[in-house]
Structures are given as structure tokens and as C-alpha cells.
Design a protein around this ligand. Structure first.
Ligand SMILES: [Zn+2]
Ligand SMILES: [Zn+2]
Length: 785
């Protein structure tokens, strides 16, 4: 090559980090290179994607700019590093095979819903994949749930056993094809197949199995359907009898069931869907979205009793689209196939063994699910998306951390558990694992941990757990750390909540954290949950947080029983507020039995089996018990959710109003020397009981109550600002799922000039705990070193 030509050429080495494997990134780069008339090579490796590119410098600049601006839908670029290389006069652009070398830092993609191109093929009688239930391409399809380890290549997935036919292989090998290196690529001839089996294990023959399954569902039967991250139990959502039968067989009576509908139009037929909710429903993650029901919709009342919302989601696997294709089915209950809080079933034999008493038939397939992954749940809260359950479609994408973390394992809490692995500037949260109360839960935890440690090749150098000594996760973490000689770090529950919210927004400066939730073990051994914490990450003070104020302690008569039976919590609160709980007025109010109340009353007076709590969730429970007569709950936070539900149409009170009679009292403490301030609900109870006996409409009472709680925490935070000069506030804890409360708090804080941070990428509830634990531990370890 002449020197003249070589001078005109430029060659650059480009390393891209992020989610760049299995998401159509290489064909995208290939196309860009061709369009910009550039030569070079691209390879996937364990460190990301490496590109060498050669040509005129203006073209290279255009290429680099388009690399960022035209990124494929499922890809996420975290960083691009460019260096100069000597031109070699290369011609053409090549894609070379994956290498498995060194440490893995490339993100593994999350599962993604069927894309528009694939959907068109699925429903096109002329296409070779017409009605093929497992079609996919680089822009869509299963990823995390079928992957054993990375790099994400077919032999490392459960597609390894299916050998591609010549037609599929040709697509897979063609850089210009949508299916170039689409690892789960398959068709009728070479890929996974369906089977339809009765509850007693007999194959149900049919010319078209999907058609036969539709007929069973339309006939009111319960089907177990194998999906992407596990089995669903499916019934016709418009059939009251079928839904009731599912509830009876599953022993779940109150918990709302998710409903899948054909498309956005069908969703709009059942619920009022805002623009934001429509956007959330149609993201590639396809979460279940909580939306307000339309009055008189076709959905059976038993689907979501006593609440004004429905959990709706759209089809995300080709099989789901096929179920709706002929229009016979309009809305399907699709609920995780498990018994109460057990992990979701994924294996065909396991599903048959566990679900044969529930399902009438099984619609299954022979592509193995390697990772259980429930559907994610999200909602628009206070105008922004909030994840309630982070699972399919989001896991295992990393959530950024605002400081470097050594390799860490944070095990989370107890209920709705999610653990996290951290390294460098990312935290990889596991899928929602459910409650860690028994061995089945612990088994799922271990299984997922092994998988995630393997996929990301993270060997923890420290283990982080909740402060609660009795949690199964704490016990497990301490033992695991001891066996490996690793430090085990305990982080207080509400501190972790607040840290999670701060970390999400990259906030490291001192912040006032409002942490409102059900249960968390406090540094004084009591049950916290209505907390105003001064949180200093990255501060000089190694104390991490100080408790500035909390809801006043009230007794929980019967301990954990008071969580399942909110009427006990109401007794605790009324007793604390100075009511004579044995009086006919209170017995009548709670529809309670005099002798039961006598027993509980004695427990509280003597302080026996009546632990003290500052929990905000329990305050909501108590109010729901009194206002709604919700004596017992069937699922977590049911009473509070119903209380939020009855006042959806009440106006928001953001200033002073007739509701001002509803108030909580701020009782200054001796902070920071001796004791935190207390926020007492006693005055509120007096107004509330008076209004109830005066027959004030219950929705109005509920609205006043929400407003009073928000005002009380804003007031306490103003006091905290006076004491500390801190003007920013982070809102966290499971009560932040409550839209009314979240909005009232945000508006209230902003009116007082606070800067407000709320959760978005991780759950404000216990699902976000492990992320916050990782943040606190990273901060501690950084200061120690
Ligand atoms: Zn596709
Ligand atoms: Zn094929």
C-alpha cells in the first residue's frame, strides 16, 4: 500500500461495555460499518464488544456517533472507549466468534417480549414460522431464563439441545439477517415443540394444540401454561365460576390476580389507561401494570376483590399471542403457578407434581427454563414508573452504583426477598424470590445465587445482611461468610431503604430519609417502620445514620398475629391513644368479641407478647381495620391497599382544610444526644373515631388520614432540617407503593422547598433492600480501606 493512501486512512480500536451481547449489537455494528464504508472486525468477548474500524476519519466519526444514537432497542451502552491504531489497509468488515477469556463483565440481556417483526411472521400464513410458538430474533425472545452462563451463546443456553435446520442456520450466519446470532433461533422443523397433557398425565391429541387449549380455557377449565420464566395458571378472566374455582384450588381468596389481554385496545376496554401506563405496558419487559378499572368491565369480580385496580399485562411470548389470535379469549387470568408464596414452577415434571390438584390440563413445551422468573409488577406512582416487583424483563440488568464496590453479596431481607451481587459500579439484583420463610424459599435463593455468581463470575469478598437476628437470610449469610472466612456486615433495614433511594439518584451528600414500611428490626431491638433518618453516606461520621424521629411506639398484641389480623393492631393503637378498648363503643366499632379483647388488653397492660412498633404499615392496617372492618388479611399489605383504594376519587388535600382536625402530634426529642422525636397518632384516632360515629363518608375519612400522615412527616422533616441544615429528602419503604401517600409527601416536601428523591429503578419495598445494603456496605468498606 502506498504511503499516500495509508495517510488518508484512520484505524481505531473501540471497546463497548454494557448490554451488548444477544441483543443484535454485532449485526447493528456490521450494518453501520457497511453504510459508512468502513473496514474492520468486531468480536464479542467476556469484556464486552471489541471493534476495530478503519477508513476515512470523517466516516469513523459518523460511525462512532451513530453507535450511540442508533443503539438497538434491547442494547444498553454503559461506556465506549476509543484508541488510535495503525491502519493496516484492511478490506471488508468481519464478525469473529466469541472468546471466553478472563473475567466476565458484559451484561447478560433480560428476556424481551416478541417484537413487531416476529409477531407479523407469527400471524402470516405465508411465513414458514406461521403459528410457531417459539419464534424470536435478536430484538426479542428469552435470554436470562434460558442462559446457563455467559458469554451468551447458544451452547450455554437451553437451546443447546436443538440443532438448527439449514434454513435457521443460514439466518443465524447471515450478518444482514434479523436472526444473525439470535441464540434461541428456531422454527417448526428444528426447535422446541408444544405438548398438551391432562392432569392425570395423558397426552391430549389435537391437530392444533393451541386451538385445543383455547377450547379448554373457553370451556372454563384451568390450564397450567409454561411460559418464559415459569408456569402460569390460566383461566378465562371473564368467567366468575372458573376464577372462583382457581381461587379455591389455590387456597388464595383475596390476593388480586393478574390479567393478560390481547393488546392496548383490549386493556383500555378494562381499565382507564393513561399515556404513561400505556408506555409501561408496551416496554419490551412487559410488566404487569396496575391500572384503574373501568366500572362495569367484563372482568369477573373475583379477579381483584375490594380494590379499584387491575394488574394488566400484554402478551410477551408468541404462545400468548396465539392464545388471543382467533378472538375467542378476551382476558385471561395468568397467575404464577405456585401455592401461596412458594417459588414459581418451571420444570415440566415438577409442575405436574405440584399443580395436578389445581390445573385441569398442562400446555407445556420442551425448551427448558433454567432460571425461575416471575412477572414483574409496576405502576405509575405520582406520575413516574415505579417497580413493585423486579423480575422478568429487568433481571439481570445491572443497576448503577454511585461509588466503586468490592465484590459483595447482599442477601436482602425476609419477605419478598431479592438478593444482590455488586462489583465496581454495578449492582446485579436477583429476580423476586418470594418469602424466605422455609426451605423451599431458601433452596430457590441458593439456586439463583449459584446461577448469578456463575453468570457474572463474582466471588464475594464480603456478605451483607439485615440487622434482624431472626431472619433466615441473616442466619444463612453469617454461616456462609464464616465458612469462607469473609466479613459479614449487618445493615439496619430502614437505613438500607433510604440508601437504596439515594444510590439510585447518585446522592451521596447527607440526606433526610423517610422510611415508611411494615416491619424492620431497629437498633433498639424494636420493630421500626415509620422513620425519619439522617443518613450520611460518604460523610465524615462513620455512624452512617441517626434516627431523628419515628412514629410513636404502640403495642402489637400477639406479635406476628397482629400482622395477619389488623383488628389487633387497631386495639393496640386505640389502647395507646387512651381509649377504653373494652368499652361497648370500641367492641362495636371493631365487631370484636369481648373475651378476646380482654385477653389482648391484659397482654398489652403487662407487656407480654405485645412487642412495640413504630411501623407506618401497621398504622395503615389499624386504620383499615376500623374504617373498613378489615379484621384479617389474606395477603401482604391488603388492608392498607384497600384503604388506599376506597379514596381514589377523593380530592387530594395538600393545604390546610377541614381535614386539619386529623393530625399527628410531633413530640420533640432530645436529638442527637439522647432520644429521637416521636410522632404520635393519638390525636388522629380521637378525630377518626368521632367521625366514624358521625357517619362521615369512609372515603373522606381515608383521604383525611392519608393527608394527615403526609403532613406529619413533612413537619418532622422540617424540624430535622432546622437541626441539621439538610434540605434534601429520600422517600423509601413499602408504603411508598401507596400512590396517594407518595404524591402527598412529594407535593408537601416541595412546597417546603425540599429536594425530593423517589424510587424508580428498584422497588421502594423490600425488593430494593439488597441494593441499599450493597450501597451501605460499599461505603463502609471504602472508608475502612
Ligand atoms: Zn423478534
Ligand atoms: Zn429451523
Amino acid at each position: 500500500m502506498s504511503e499516500e493512501i495509508q495517510q488518508k486512512l484512520t484505524r481505531r480500536g473501540v471497546v463497548v461495555h454494557g448490554v451488548v451481547q444477544g441483543v443484535g449489537f454485532r449485526p447493528f455494528v456490521y450494518r453501520l460499518a457497511l453504510e459508512e464504508h468502513l473496514a474492520g472486525v468486531i468480536s464479542n468477548d467476556t469484556d464486552g464488544v471489541t471493534i476495530e474500524i478503519e477508513g476515512e476519519s470523517a466516516s469513523i466519526e459518523a460511525f462512532l456517533s451513530r453507535l450511540r444514537s442508533e443503539t438497538p432497542p434491547l442494547a444498553r451502552i454503559d461506556s465506549v472507549a476509543v484508541r488510535n491504531l495503525a491502519p493496516i489497509g484492511e478490506a471488508g468488515f468481519r464478525i469473529v466468534a466469541s472468546e471466553v477469556l478472563g473475567r466476565v463483565s458484559t451484561g447478560i440481556p433480560a428476556d424481551a417480549a416478541t417484537c413487531a417483526d416476529c409477531l407479523r411472521e407469527l400471524l402470516d400464513p405465508a411465513d414458514r414460522r406461521y403459528r410457531y410458538p417459539f419464534l424470536n430474533c435478536t430484538n426479542c425472545g428469552p435470554r436470562f431464563t434460558i442462559t446457563r452462563r455467559i458469554p451468551y451463546d447458544r451452547p450455554q443456553t437451553s437451546m443447546a439441545r436443538f440443532t438448527m435446520c439449514a434454513a435457521c442456520q443460514a439466518e443465524y450466519d447471515d450478518p444482514a439477517n434479523r436472526r444473525f446470532h439470535a441464540q434461541p433461533n428456531a422454527c417448526w422443523d428444528c426447535g422446541p415443540q408444544l405438548s398438551l397433557v391432562s392432569a392425570d398425565g395423558v397426552d391430549l391429541p389435537a391437530e392444533d394444540l393451541v386451538d385445543a387449549a383455547i377450547a379448554l380455557i373457553a370451556g372454563g377449565e384451568i390450564l397450567a401454561i409454561k411460559g418464559i420464566g415459569g408456569f402460569h395458571l390460566c383461566v378465562d378472566a371473564t368467567n366468575e365460576t372458573a376464577v372462583m374455582r382457581l381461587r379455591e384450588r389455590k387456597h388464595r381468596y383475596g390476593k388480586p390476580l393478574a390479567v393478560m389481554v390481547r393488546d392496548l385496545d383490549a386493556a383500555r376496554g378494562l381499565c382507564e389507561i393513561t399515556e404513561d401506563e400505556a408506555a409501561l405496558l408496551t416496554t419490551p419487559a412487559r410488566p404487569i401494570v396496575l391500572a384503574e378499572r373501568r366500572f362495569g368491565s367484563a372482568v369477573a369480580a373475583a379477579v381483584a376483590p375490594d380494590i379499584p385496580w387491575l394488574g394488566l399485562f400484554l402478551p410477551y411470548a408468541p404462545l400468548h399471542h396465539l392464545l388471543f389470535a382467533d378472538g375467542r379469549l378476551r382476558a385471561l387470568v395468568m397467575t404464577s403457578a405456585n401455592l401461596s408464596e412458594e417459588p414459581i414452577a418451571i420444570d415440566n415434571d415438577e409442575a405436574r407434581a405440584r399443580l395436578s390438584a389445581i390445573a385441569d390440563a398442562f400446555l407445556m413445551h420442551n425448551r427448558e427454563i433454567l432460571q425461575r422468573c416471575d412477572d414483574s409488577v409496576a405502576a405509575i406512582v405520582d406520575g413516574a414508573p415505579q417497580l413493585i416487583r423486579r423480575a422478568r424483563g429487568f433481571v439481570p440488568l445491572g443497576v448503577p452504583l454511585p461509588m466503586d464496590a468490592p465484590p459483595l453479596l447482599a442477601v436482602g431481607g425476609h419477605l419478598k426477598n431479592v438478593f444482590a451481587l455488586a462489583r465496581g459500579r454495578f449492582v446485579y439484583q436477583s429476580q423476586h424470590l418470594g418469602d424466605l420463610e422455609n426451605l423451599t424459599g431458601l433452596e430457590f435463593f441458593r439456586e439463583s445465587l449459584d446461577h448469578l455468581m456463575r453468570t457474572f463470575e463474582i466471588e464475594p469478598a464480603a456478605v451483607v445482611h439485615d440487622l434482624h437476628p431472626g431472619y433466615l437470610s441473616t442466619e444463612w449469610a453469617k454461616q456462609w461468610a464464616a465458612e469462607r472466612g469473609l466479613p459479614a456486615i449487618a445493615v439496619q433495614h430502614h437505613h438500607a431503604h433510604v440508601a437504596a433511594c439515594m444510590a439510585e439518584h447518585g446522592v451521596l451528600s447527607p440526606t433526610i430519609g423517610i422510611s415508611l414500611d411494615g416491619t424492620g428490626y431497629g437498633t433498639d431491638g424494636r420493630i421500626w417502620g415509620g422513620e425519619v433518618l439522617i443518613t450520611r453516606l460518604d460523610g465524615e461520621d462513620p455512624g452512617n445514620f441517626e434516627r431523628f424521629a419515628h412514629l410513636d411506639y404502640v403495642p402489637m398484641p400477639g406479635g406476628d398475629a397482629a400482622v395477619r389480623e389488623p383488628w389487633r393492631m387497631a386495639l393496640g393503637h386505640l389502647h395507646h391513644a387512651g381509649f377504653d378498648i373494652r368499652s361497648p363503643e370500641i367492641l362495636n366499632l371493631l365487631d370484636a368479641n369481648a373475651s378476646d379483647v380482654r385477653v389482648l388488653s391484659r397482654m398489652m397492660e403487662r407487656g407480654i407478647n405485645a412487642p412495640l412498633t413504630s411501623s407506618c404499615g401497621r398504622l395503615f392496617d389499624a386504620v383499615a381495620a376500623v374504617v373498613l372492618g378489615r379484621a384479617e388479611v389474606d395477603y401482604d399489605a391488603q388492608a392498607a391497599i384497600e384503604l388506599e383504594g376506597i379514596d381514589v376519587h377523593e380530592p387530594y388535600e395538600t393545604g390546610e382544610s377541614d381535614a386539619s382536625a386529623y393530625k399527628l402530634e410531633f413530640m420533640a426529642g432530645n436529638w442527637p444526644v439522647r432520644e429521637p422525636a416521636r410522632i404520635s397518632a393519638s390525636p388522629l384516632w380521637r378525630t377518626l373515631v368521632r367521625d366514624l360515629s358521625a357517619n362521615v363518608p369512609k372515603p373522606r375519612i381515608a383521604a383525611h388520614f392519608h393527608a394527615a400522615v403526609a403532613r406529619a412527616f413533612v413537619h418532622a422533616t422540617i424540624e430535622a432540617r432546622k437541626a441539621t441544615g439538610i434540605g434534601q429528602v429520600a422517600l423509601s419503604g413499602g408504603c411508598m407503593h401507596n400512590r396517594r401517600l407518595a404524591r402527598l409527601l412529594r407535593v408537601g416536601f416541595e412546597a417546603q422547598g425540599f429536594q425530593v428523591f423517589e424510587h424508580c429503578a428498584v422497588s421502594p419495598g423490600d425488593g430494593g433492600l439488597s441494593y441499599g445494603q450493597a450501597m451501605v456496605a460499599a461505603d463502609l468498606l471504602r472508608r475502612k480501606s
